[in-house]
Design a protein around this ligand. Structure first.
Ligand code: UTP
Length: 404
């Protein structure tokens, strides 16, 4: 078995790992061989080439005024779905939060100033606003990475699920993929261990299947899943008006979007690509696309996604056989050299491979772009300071009356 691993590694130009393994004790070699056998090494062949894109067109978005005019009807439909147990929520909390530079799961970060308010707590408070009004629980599935699973689960336990119903919370672990340095070489994370990182936020449904949670969804007859990121402390979860709007639209998915602050804003925009919902990244847009306007003056490519989606479960089942594209992300990844020296990089040093939730949108027949007010629903905590940081999120929380 060991020889086969050496052969594979040599074939993939990973000779440094073969020679490193020779320096290990037999039992260490064995456990490293086992780890390598479990890894998906096909990522080493992932091309750096740009993804081929299709024909882009603007996608009509349901705007704030239209939502306001129909708020009551949408909200009633949404609450009905929640009360009938048709809606679940999926918290994507497997990221490494390397930009924030916090040593624990991002949800454990205290966003409070004079009082304690953890990010997880903030999100649960937002969800409790809905479940209290609905007088029904929304099953909550929390995705973690291998590394932050235990700490996340313990944290919820220690804080009594921040007032949520423990029986309605499930944790599951996403998969890992190897990381590579700038020369496409595998790295070590410690003695006898290849460095791996969580496989991105696009693999959540496949990971739910692998960890047996689709059974829970089936048994509970959940029809809709609201997927959201851990870092937006203002986001509305299982928002009845959003759920109702998607249901009433007859579409199979929905995405919360915010109007761009300026044409050049660096956000991925929801649009159509070859007639299907898709997200065009800011750097993929031509000047013509960036500045194009509709007859009423609004930008044609105006609505940025905020990682809050609603998917219909039966449509998600169809995506399970599809392999999502892998994106390379250049990140700060701590590692160990083959000489045993630990390196904690100050700047991005290596690539991780990620599937993205937005690629799930592309697999849907249609998607309702549902506008939300960014000052009310979008306060991402990505960085320590500056744009999308702890400081900006605190300002926005205060603006929305959250005591800090
Ligand atoms: P980000 O793209 O901001 O990545 O994640 P990150 O790893 O959290 O942070 P940086 O880039 O290292 O600073 C957006 C959302 O997707 C989740 C994150 O937890 C966050 O909610 N995510 C990301 C996962 O659940 N798994 C992943 O593998 C990556």
């Amino acid at each position: 078995m060991k020889n086969r691993v050496s052969e594979t590694l040599n074939m993939l130009h990973q000779e440094h790992i073969v020679s490193y393994m020779k320096s290990l004790l037999p039992e260490e070699q064995l456990s490293m061989t086992e780890q390598i056998n479990r890894l998906d090494l096909s990522v080493l062949n992932t091309e750096k080439a740009k993804e081929e894109r299709g024909f882009f067109e603007p996608l009509y978005a349901m705007r704030l005024d239209e939502i306001k005019a129909n708020r009551q009807k949408f909200t009633e439909t949404g609450f009905q779905a929640i009360r009938n147990g048709k809606v679940g929520a999926v918290l994507l909390a497997g990221g490494q939060g390397s930009r924030l530079g916090f040593e624990h799961p991002k949800g454990m970060f205290n966003i409070g100033i004079d009082r304690r308010l953890y990010i997880f707590e903030c999100l649960i408070n937002n969800l409790l606003d809905v479940t209290r009004q609905a007088d029904a629980w929304v099953p909550l599935f929390v995705m973690t990475s291998e590394d932050n699973f235990q700490e996340t689960q313990d944290f919820f336990e220690q804080h009594d699920y921040f007032g949520y119903s423990k029986d309605n919370v499930w944790f599951f672990v996403q998969e890992q993929l190897p990381t590579v340095d700038k020369n496409n070489k595998l790295m070590l994370s410690g003695k006898g261990k290849i460095s791996t990182a969580p496989n991105g936020n696009g693999g959540w449904y496949a990971s739910m299947e692998k960890t047996g949670l689709l059974k829970v969804i089936q048994d509970a007859k959940i029809e809709w899943l609201n997927v959201f990121a851990v870092d937006n402390v203002l986001q509305r979860i299982a928002d009845p008006c959003f759920i109702g709007a998607v249901i009433e639209s007859g579409k199979v998915s929905g995405a919360k979007v915010v109007a761009k602050a300026e044409p050049e804003e660096k956000v991925g925009v929801l649009c159509l690509e070859d007639g299907k919902p898709s997200i065009v990244e800011y750097y993929e847009m031509t000047d013509e696309m960036i500045n194009r306007r509709e007859t009423d003056g609004t930008l044609s490519y105006n609505y940025g996604v905020i990682l809050n989606y609603l998917f219909r479960v039966d449509m998600l089942n169809r995506t399970l056989s599809v392999k999502l594209p892998l994106h390379r992300a250049f990140k700060k990844i701590p590692c160990m050299t083959t000489d045993g020296e630990f390196v904690k990089p100050e700047y991005p040093n290596a690539y991780k491979f990620e599937t993205l939730a937005l690629d799930m949108v592309k697999l849907q027949k249609d998607c309702l772009a549902y506008e939300v007010d960014r000052n009310r629903e979008f306060a991402p905590v990505k960085n320590k300071t500056g744009v999308d940081s702890v400081d900006t999120a605190r300002e926005l929380l205060k603006l929305n009356g959250v005591e800090l």
